[in-house]
Design a protein around this ligand. Structure first.
Ligand code: SF4
Ligand SMILES: [Zn+2]
Ligand SMILES: [Zn+2]
Length: 306
């Protein structure tokens, strides 16, 4: 069956649909959908300084590609910078940092790198060696969120853009449900945060309604990734288990991930209202914003020291 809109050969069958699209119709569909999300949720406005969190994987490089095009069409009234976190994972992050460097150079965008080693004195590989029983992702996720916010604020960003897609969001929603952590869910959505606070840079997710398969296809069609590279610690994580579980359910009941995200979007305004008065303190040790006395990153740093 040819492309739904022209007679060209299709490259993808859209999720939950009989529609098949060729390369150029798919790219148009993809970019329109991301831009519709940007406009509907006011993710980017004129004169914003958007810092893009880039890992060097398919999601963040696709985001960089799309936002560069988006800004060029708006006469570059939006400033773009790239921030990469170097966790210190040998044969994984060092490779993606080289890819990001090349990419940023060809796009003429400044790359900033923040590292765990500089922040804590140790790479993640070293931390993991010393704390064999601790799941790497539980420390890594906390440090990454901390550094992304701290450094994008230092760079005077008005928004921090991430390549999170619909699959990622469905996983986060289910993980929070399983852990009975609804306060965390209140911080999700296409633009994060419960109330405005200059210490928190709002995170935006232009790929919120696009699936992992769609983002991977966009990256592939633009030659953005040369080879698939996965973190050596990812199998330890709870997210990995939830990802597989949701993929199994989706295969049996197509549309499940879309339904999870669509239902969540309906209740999100209520969650934000419920948690909007939650107090935000400054961490006693590092002065970064936190809902407790000591922030999660300082707790991880203490653990690493011991
Ligand atoms: S998979 Fe886990 S350890 Fe690896 S980069 Fe992601 S959060 Fe860090
Ligand atoms: Zn077509
Ligand atoms: Zn702290």
């Amino acid at each position: 069956m040819p492309c739904k809109f022209c007679s060209e050969k299709p490259v993808i069958q859209l999720p939950n649909s009989e529609r098949k699209l060729c390369k150029s119709c798919f790219i148009k569909y993809f970019e329109r959908k991301a831009i519709r999300t940007i406009n509907k949720y006011k993710l980017i406005e004129e004169n914003d300084h958007v810092v893009i969190a880039v890992s060097g994987g398919k999601d963040s490089l696709s985001l960089l590609h799309l936002l560069k095009k988006y800004c060029q069409k708006r006469n570059n009234k939006i400033k773009l910078s790239v921030l990469q976190i170097d966790e210190g994972i040998k044969d994984y992050r060092d490779i993606s940092i080289e890819d990001t460097k090349k990419f940023c150079k060809s796009f003429g965008i400044k790359l900033h790198i923040a590292s765990y080693e500089k922040e804590t004195g140790k790479t993640l590989d070293k931390i993991k060696k010393q704390h064999k029983k601790t799941i790497a992702c539980s420390m890594c996720g906390v440090l990454r969120r901390y550094l992304l916010n701290k450094y994008s604020r230092k760079l005077k960003a008005t928004k921090l853009a991430t390549g999170h897609n619909l699959d990622d969001e469905a996983q986060s929603i289910i993980m929070n449900q399983f852990r009975h952590n609804i306060a965390l869910s209140a911080r999700l959505g296409p633009i994060t945060g419960v109330k405005k606070d200059p210490r928190f840079i709002p995170r935006i997710k232009p790929f919120y309604f696009l699936t992992e398969k769609e983002v991977a296809t966009y990256a592939y069609l633009h030659n953005l990734i040369s080879k698939f590279n996965e973190c050596p610690y990812c199998e330890e994580s709870n997210r990995f288990f939830i990802r597989d579980m949701l993929n199994d359910v989706e295969a049996k009941y197509p549309g499940t991930k879309h339904s999870i995200v669509a239902s969540f979007i309906e209740v999100l305004p209520l969650l934000k209202k419920k948690y909007k008065n939650q107090e935000i303190n400054s961490c006693r040790l590092c002065k970064e914003p936190t809902s407790s006395e000591i922030c999660s990153a300082c707790k991880v740093k203490e653990k690493i020291k011991s």
